[in-house]
Design a protein around this ligand. Sequence first.
Ligand code: KE4
Length: 428
Amino acid sequence: MLIQKSKIAFEDAKKVIPGGVDSPVRAFKSVGGTPIFIKKAKGAYLHDIDGNRYIDFVQSWGPLIFGHCDSDIEEAVLEATKNGLSFGAPTLVETALASEITQMFDNIDKVRFVSSGTEAVMSAIRLARGFMNKDDIIKFEGCYHGHSDSLLVQAGSGAVTFGSPSSPGVPADLTKHTLLAKYNDINSVKKCFESSKNIACIIIEPIAGNMGLVPADEEFLQDLRNLCDEHGALLIFDEVMSGFRASLKGAQGLSSVKPDIVTFGKVIGGGMPVGAFGARGEIMDRLSPDGDIYQAGTLSGNPIAMSAGLASLKKLKANPDIYDKLEAKAKKLTDGFKKTAKESGIELQVGVRGSMFGFFFSSNEVKNFDDALKCDTDKFALFHQKMLQNGVYFACSQFESGFICEPMSDEMIDEVIDISKKVFSELS
Ligand code: KE4
């Protein structure tokens, strides 16, 4: 693959955009090499500015379950643009998309739309703190919930740690209200409740996708629910990534546990900037203008974005068997990788949840962030680079997930498995 134009484009971008990218992970820093600049995309394929074609397992980090330039979503967007781009006033399409979501979940009576997953989670945290009149929150090491201050927190040492900022610019006075626990480890959560009587909520990715793919154990989720009920805290499922990806009802569709607040993003925007958070009426009605907890946004509920999201959701609801089909393809891919890797003496841990998948370069099961950090990230980086050179575009970090989209055929999956055979043999 010649990527000369991307190399030049990246140098030019770095002159006017920090790091040359508008979101850090895109810079390929953890895998090395030059980020490819995309010219266009169609179906399962990306095309870069040098004329190379790649099969895309990132799909804009999850939104594009129907692939790029889906005709139904494209038509809905183009039609909506004829009526105007934004009004800053209520529109029928917002109610329509909100209704599509609330009809699906008996624990969600109302939703509010925002413009990103970060905004959805930030708003959900404020809502939980306001509703419970408590300041502390519990999050898990390895879970990512966007870049709002309270959630840009990582563990210090020890099983239970009052958060320390993971970025300059985040005041310690703020992150002291963020308690950290270990994923799939209920005792670490119990210790948080022992160390604070002021916990408003627990927030979790019920299927973690930001430390690689690490699903929470069902018993662990049930224990979280019980602890929240016992101590008077709200349970927040951050389904920005898993929502409408793991199943039609996201992680909730694969668990008996009912959260109090759910955040969404990605798929519900169909590729346009949309986030959302929802809960039962008594919680959501505390939001302004009827309630006293403030939350707002100029482009929240933007009619073009709503139209894309509505088309995406309607298409999913009309094709509920899509998840079994995409999961079968995800299993085919990851089982294929596991086999070709083993033939070259490389141990892979693989995971699938609906159209989401992950693989770790590790000989041990990955149940939490500590396990994930022990993976061979150097080998992942080489794998990523070589697959990219062979026209296969994976997430540029070991600590991300991959996605199957509807236009991906079994033949494409077989082709990628064949390429992996060659790449794994080069790696071993
Ligand atoms: P955004 O603000 O990036 O739309 O959403 C934040 C967010 C919240 N919650 C979960 C579970 C998420 O996965 C995300 C964002 N996901 C990352 C990819 N793992 C976005 C990619 C990026 O940061 O560029």
